[in-house]
Design a protein. Structure first.
Lengths: 366, 312
């Protein structure tokens, strides 16, 4: 009489067990076998649902498979789906596992303070990047987001000769990066009385959303001379093109689509400046974590310069990638003689190592 | 009543299964059993979800749903983290704020006669907007004394609060109010016919859910040591998932907040199981989803079995 219920319960328990056990066996064994003498560095990422995060993890995996990391470091990667408590659990588990360093892109800049403190207390090196952890016991690798806003705004002001109507397309409200970028831009625009900010709306750092929002706003806007975009730049350009509006000067992120317009690979050709939050921040963080654990670098945070590209310096294969999709972030590698790190296309697309290459990461002056 | 018991026991069974799976995976991966550090960090990270899940289960018991818990948690997290004070009065103020937010939902649902899912979807945006207004950038702090009392990272003070929450529910469900919650969820029209003041009870239920969300917010700030205006968003789905796993019926009237508590803990353990099982991170949310589907299917199978048995 009770059979169906019991059967179901037993079956479910078996499924859970089977799933857990079969998957537990193999990776644990390989990790232990390869673990001799290597330092363990784990990447704890908040969510993986966008192009930037995918590239960021891919270049991390690629770097781990290239010298010197392939011989020195045992890497692992975890995603938490943008949920603070999940990421918090994962970091707790990494502490239990006894890793040497944890590289973190946080779901919340403040939400991991508690668990990061616990890691620091146990002598684990914590390096956070992009969405960094506030707790000062950890190190950070980042760019200056206020400068991002300033530099793009200054470019627009200079190109317009200090006169004109400007639109600001912002990012996801409530995040530190969005706040800082907007702050930097507003400072610059406010300092030039000839510049009038005629609209500010969010593009949610997403090309499709930015395109929709821009299409909706354009009908009510006067002549637009410059656009400042925190993210989703190619969407904004497409909206202007679709509405048959004259193309403004654009300061935006590092989407490959935006750079294709800048390089004239897509029409209309856009006069613009492209600055990106580089996905290779994960690789810089890996290097900093490795160097600190090995005692080769002082326990100090690192700020790296933005990779910048302008319309008159577009080099296919270096700053723009004709065979990659528009949504791809073209700043997965730095370029030029002072490049922080140079990576190949397959590292960003597939997470596979660049053939025959030893990575040289410049941490710069702290 | 027997069916209610059966549904509750489903939540416990799922919890027991995940707990065993956790122990197996953990020990096979690390070659030792979890230490007090692991248990404590599980306890402290689960507490906020436990409270939200209790509140959510109350609402679901009346046949409603509360999407705005995410907004209330965010707002209360923002207020808690941005006002630094050790006085108990300040904590009471945060809890009152949460209850007031919940009461707004209750008023609209009970007296405005607007569907709970619409009402709370709208107020979710309102509360989240307010939270962003209070705390535009993640930050703020909480006095270490409060942290030591609520979620001490060295001693299991969290157990006291978990115990109080469970005890609170056990008392509540035996009160006249508790009975009325079940009565409304089972059949609102009949309940009204026998003189249950359905609107007043619903108002209280939503206010209680708001209070629970505020409690969750205080514990959230205590474990993370600071605030984030987007903190509440993940709790919307995870609280509903906890309620589902805990065997509370979405049609209302059947289930228990304790089932939701078990569901909340089980959901947290699933994260750990996937971690130590070394599942490819890209498939983790897939497995979390599968876990939910299996749990819900179990609930349905148990309900069907019970229905088939009844005529016999």
């Amino acid at each position: 009489m009770n059979l169906p219920r019991h059967l179901a319960v037993v079956a479910a328990t078996l499924v859970l067990f089977a799933g857990a056990c079969s998957d537990a066996g193999s990776p644990a064994a390989t990790d232990d076998a390869a673990g001799g003498g290597k330092i363990k560095i784990a990447l704890s990422n908040s969510f993986i649902g966008n192009q930037w995060r995918v590239e960021m993890e891919n270049v991390y995996k690629a770097a781990c498979a290239m010298p010197p990391y392939v011989d020195e470091v045992e890497c692992s990667v975890f995603n938490a789906g943008n949920d603070v408590s999940t990421q918090s659990r994962q970091i707790s588990n990494l502490i239990s596992q006894g890793v040497d360093a944890i590289v973190v892109n946080a779901a919340s800049t403040s939400g991991l303070n508690g668990v990061v403190q616990q890691a620091c207390d146990r002598g684990i090196v914590v390096v956070s990047f992009d969405n960094v952890v506030d707790n000062t016991c950890g190190l950070t690798v980042n760019t200056d987001q206020v400068k991002f806003g300033q530099q793009l705004a200054q470019f627009i002001v200079d190109e317009l000769g200090g006169q004109g109507n400007v639109v600001m397309v912002t990012g996801v409200a409530g995040t530190g990066a969005d706040n800082d970028r907007n702050k930097g831009a507003k400072e610059v625009f406010a300092a030039h009385p000839g510049i009038k900010v005629v609209a500010t709306y969010t593009g949610m750092w997403d090309s499709a959303t930015a395109q929709r929002a821009t299409s909706g706003q354009l009908a009510n806007l006067p002549k637009v001379d410059g656009v400042w975009v925190s993210g989703g730049t190619d969407g904004v350009i497409k909206a202007f093109a679709a509405a048959n509006r004259p193309m403004p000067v654009v300061g935006g992120e590092a989407e490959n689509g935006f750079r294709k317009y800048m390089a004239g690979l897509l029409t209309p050709k856009v006069n613009g400046m492209s600055i990106g939050q580089p996905p290779f921040l994960s690789v810089i963080s890996l290097e900093l974590a490795r160097a600190v654990v090995k005692g080769e670098h002082p326990k100090e945070s690192v700020t790296i310069p933005f990779p910048v590209a302008t319309s008159d310096h577009m080099v296919p294969g270096e700053t723009v990638f004709p065979d990659l999709p528009d949504s791809f972030f073209a700043d997965f590698t730095d370029s030029g003689p002072n490049a922080t790190v140079v990576l190949c296309q397959e590292a960003a697309t597939d997470g596979t190592p660049c053939p025959g290459k030893t990575l040289d990461v410049k941490l710069g002056t702290p | 009543m027997r069916e209610a018991l059966r549904r509750v026991s489903l939540g416990y069974l799922v919890l027991a299964a995940t707990a065993v799976a956790y122990l197996v995976v953990y020990s096979s991966r690390l070659g030792r059993f979890p230490t007090s550090f692991d248990y404590l960090s599980i306890l402290n990270t689960t507490l906020p979800l436990v409270f939200v899940a209790i509140g959510q289960s109350l609402v679901v018991l009346t046949g409603g749903i509360d999407l705005s818990v995410g907004g209330i948690v965010s707002l209360c997290v923002a207020v808690t983290a941005s006002t630094v004070s050790t006085s108990a009065l300040w904590l009471v103020a945060v809890l009152a704020l949460g209850a007031a937010c919940g009461a707004v939902n209750g008023l609209i649902v009970a007296y405005g006669r607007i569907a709970p899912i619409l009402t709370t979807l709208a107020t979710l945006s309102v509360f989240t907007g307010l939270a962003l207004r209070v705390l535009p950038v993640p930050g703020g702090s909480i006095p270490p004394q409060v942290r030591h009392v609520l979620t001490n990272p060295a001693t299991p003070t969290g157990l006291i609060w978990l115990g109080l929450a469970v005890a609170g529910w056990l008392v509540l469900r035996r009160t006249r109010f508790g009975m009325r919650v079940y009565a409304i969820g089972s059949d609102e029209a009949s309940a009204r016919a026998v003189g249950v003041p359905a609107a007043a009870v619903k108002l209280k239920v939503y206010a209680l859910a708001g209070l629970c969300a505020a409690l969750a917010a205080v514990f959230y700030v205590s474990t993370t040591t600071s605030g984030d205006a987007n903190a509440g968003a993940p709790f919307i789905l995870t609280s509903i998932a906890s309620v589902v796993v805990g065997g509370v019926a979405f049609t209302g009237g059947r289930g228990s907040a304790l089932g939701a508590v078990a569901g909340a803990v089980a959901l947290t353990l699933v994260i750990d199981i996937l971690f130590f099982a070394g599942i490819d991170p890209l498939y983790q949310s897939l497995f979390q989803g599968l876990f939910l589907v299996v749990a819900v299917l179990l609930g349905t199978v148990a309900a069907l079995a019970a229905r088939r048995r009844r005529p016999a």
